[in-house]
Write a protein that binds this ligand. Structure first.
Ligand code: NAD
Length: 486
C-alpha cells in the first residue's frame, strides 16, 4: 500500500518528465519506491520500457536541434537560472534525496547540496569556454578545429549520489549543446525527476532534460541501444558497465564508464596520525560507505597500526546511527534490504576468512536497512573483503612494512578509482602518486572532488573522465575544417 508521507515533500514527482510533460509509462505499469529508513512505500513510479524510451529519445533529439541554434548567452543564461532555482530549492532537494536514499539529512544538505551547487555553477558558465583551435600545417592552408555537440546523451546513474550524479551529467551535457535522457536507478529516481522539473521551471526548453524511470533494467537497456542516442554517460557497477559498454560497442556509440572501486588509504609511520584517522573514518563511513571512492582498504605501517586502529575504531563505535530525518544522525541505513543482506554476507565472509572483527558487524534494532559501522583487522590481502567492492560501512585493515609492500597491496586489486597516502615526506608522496594504479590520488587528504578537476578510474573502475574540459571532450566531437588560402 502506498504511504505517501503527509504532507508530501515539495518536489516529489511521481511521473516521468519527457518533453516537458509529466507522463506515465505507456503500459501503465508502475513500481514501488521504498524508504530505506523503515521500508515503507514512498510512492510509485512509471515502469518504462522500450516504447517510452523511444519517445523520450525522439523528443530529446528534436529539442536538441533547437537548443544548438540558440546563442551561447541564451543557453548559459538558462543554465544559470536552473542553477539559481536549485539553490533556492536545495533544502527540498536534500529532503527528497534523504527520504529516497536514506542519507542523513545533515549530510544530504552539507555534502550533496554543496556538490550539486558546485556542479551547477561550474557548468552553467561553461558554454562560452569551449574553444576550438587552429593547427599550423604546410602549404597555403588554414585549419580550424571546432567542437560540436553529439546530439542526445544517455545519462545512466546509480543510487548512491543520485542527485549529484544526475545533475552533473545533465548540466554538462546541456552546456556542451546536447540534450539528455536520464535513466536513474530504480532505487533512487526522485531527485532526477525533481531536477528535470526545475529545468522546465527555469525555462530550459521542453525535451532538453528528460527522465525515464524503470523497475529493473528495461528502460536502461532500451536507452543504451537506441540508435538516436549519440553518447552514453554511465555510472554504476563494473558488472553492468560491461553490458552497457558492449551495447555501446554494438551500436558504435561512444561511452564513458564511471564504475566501482576498492580504494586504498595508505598511512606511513611518518604521517600525521590524527588527520589520517579522520580521513580514514570519513572515507569509509560517510554515506554509510556507499561511495565509489570509499577508502574500504586501510593499509597501515606496522609501527603506527595500533594507534591508528584505536582512533578509527573509537570514532566508529561512537557514531550516531539512526533515522536519516534526524539532524543528529551521522550514519543512516543502506539503500535496500537486498543490499543490507549483501553487506552482511561480506561480514560473514570476513569472519570465515579469518579476519579479526574489531567493531560492528551487527544489525541495529531499527526498522530500516541498517548495518553498524564495521572494522576488520588483520585482513589478508587475498580475502574477499580485501578485494571485492562491498559498498557499505565495512573497513578492511591491513599492515605493511615498507613502501614496496604497501604499493604492491594497494595495486593488487582489479579496481583503480581512488587512493590516498598519508606521509610527511614529499619524495614518498611523489613516488606513491607515480606508482599507484588509480585515477585519483589524494595526498594527506581523501575524497576531494571539484567539477573542474577530471575524475575517473583506471582498470575495472572504468574509462573516460567527468569534470572540467576532460569531461566536456566526451560530450562533444571535433570537426576539422581546412581552408585553401590561395
Ligand atoms: P548498477 O550498475 O547496478 O546500476 C547502475 C544503473 O544502471 C542503474 O540506473 C540501473 O538501473 C542501470 N542498469 C542496470 N542494468 C542495466 C542494463 N543492462 N543496461 C542499462 N542500464 C542498466 O549500480 P548501482 O547498484 O546503482 O550503484 C552502485 C555502483 O555504482 C557501485 O559499483 C559504485 O561504485 C558505482 N558508482 C561509481 C561512481 C563513479 O563515479 N565511479 C559513482 C557512484 C557509484
Amino acid at each position: 500500500m502506498t504511504q505517501v508521507p503527509s504532507p508530501a515533500p515539495a518536489l516529489l514527482i511521481d511521473r516521468m518528465v519527457v518533453g516537458g510533460d509529466l507522463v506515465d509509462a505507456r503500459s501503465g505499469e508502475t513500481f514501488a519506491v521504498h524508504n530505506p529508513a523503515d521500508g515503507s512505500v514512498i510512492t510509485r513510479l512509471p515502469a518504462a520500457e522500450a516504447a517510452d524510451v523511444d519517445h523520450a529519445v525522439k523528443v530529446a533529439r528534436e529539442a536538441q536541434r533547437g537548443w544548438a541554434k540558440r546563442s551561447i548567452a541564451t543557453r548559459s543564461g538558462l543554465l544559470r537560472r536552473w542553477a539559481d532555482l536549485c539553490q533556492e530549492r536545495v533544502g527540498d532537494l536534500a529532503k527528497i534525496e534523504s527520504l529516497d536514499v536514506g542519507k542523513p539529512i545533515a549530510t544530504a544538505r552539507a555534502v550533496d547540496g554543496s556538490m550539486l551547487m558546485e556542479n551547477m555553477r561550474y557548468y552553467a558558465g561553461m558554454p562560452d569556454k569551449l574553444e576550438g583551435r587552429t593547427i599550423p600545417v604546410s602549404g597555403r592552408f588554414v585549419t580550424m578545429v571546432v567542437r560540436e555537440p553529439i546530439g542526445v546523451v544517455a545519462g545512466i546513474t546509480p543510487w548512491n549520489f543520485a542527485l549529484v550524479g544526475a545533475a552533473g551529467k545533465a548540466i554538462s551535457a546541456l552546456a556542451a549543446g546536447n540534450s539528455i535522457v536520464i535513466k536513474p536507478s530504480p532505487l533512487a529516481s526522485l531527485s532526477a525527476l525533481a531536477l528535470a522539473a526545475l529545468a522546465l521551471e527555469a525555462g530550459i526548453p521542453p525535451g532538453m532534460v528528460n527522465v525515464v524511470t524503470d523497475a529493473a533494467s528495461a528502460a536502461g537497456e532500451a536507452l543504451v541501444s537506441h540508435p538516436g542516442v549519440g553518447h552514453i554517460s554511465f555510472t554504476g557497477s563494473d558488472a553492468v558497465g560491461r553490458k552497457v559498454a558492449a551495447a555501446a560497442g554494438a551500436e558504435l556509440k561512444t561511452c564513458t564508464m564511471e564504475l566501482g572501486g576498492k580504494s586504498p588509504l595508505v598511512v606511513f609511520d611518518d604521517a600525521d596520525i590524527k588527520s589520517a584517522a579522520t580521513s580514514a573514518f570519513l572515507g569509509i563511513f560517510l554515506n554509510a560507505g556507499e561511495m565509489c571512492t570509499a577508502s574500504s582498504r586501510l593499509l597501515v605501517h606496522r609501527s603506527v597500526h595500533d594507534e591508528l586502529l584505536d582512533a578509527v575504531t573509537a570514532t566508529a563505535g561512537g557514531l550516531v546511527v539512526g533515522d536519516p530525518a534526524d539532524e543528529s544522525t551521522v550514519l543512516g541505513p543502506v539503500i535496500s534490504a537486498g543490499h543490507r543482506d549483501r553487506v552482511e554476507g561480506y561480514v560473514s565472509a570476513g569472519r570465515d576468512e579469518g579476519a579479526r572483527l574489531v567493531t560492528g558487524g551487527t544489525r541495529p534494532d531499527l526498522p530500516g536497512y541498517y548495518v553498524t559501522p564495521t572494522v576488520f583487522d588483520d585482513v589478508e590481502p587475498t580475502a574477499r573483503i580485501a578485494r571485492e567492492e562491498i559498498f557499505g560501512p565495512v573497513l578492511s585493515v591491513m599492515r605493511f612494512t615498507d613502501e614496496d609492500e604497501a604499493l604492491h597491496i594497494a595495486n593488487d586489486v582489479t579496481y583503480g578509482l581512488g587512493s590516498g597516502v598519508f606521509t610527511s615526506r614529499l619524495d614518498r608522496a611523489l613516488r606513491f602518486a607515480d606508482r599507484i594504479e588509480a585515477g585519483n590520488v589524494w595526498v594527506n587528504a581523501y575524497n576531494l572532488l571539484h567539477p573542474a578537476v577530471p575524475f575517473g578510474g583506471y582498470k575495472d573502475s572504468g574509462f573516460g573522465r567527468e569534470g572540467g574540459f576532460s569531461g566536456m571532450s566526451h560530450f562533444t566531437r571535433e570537426k576539422s575544417v581546412w581552408f585553401a588560402t590561395g
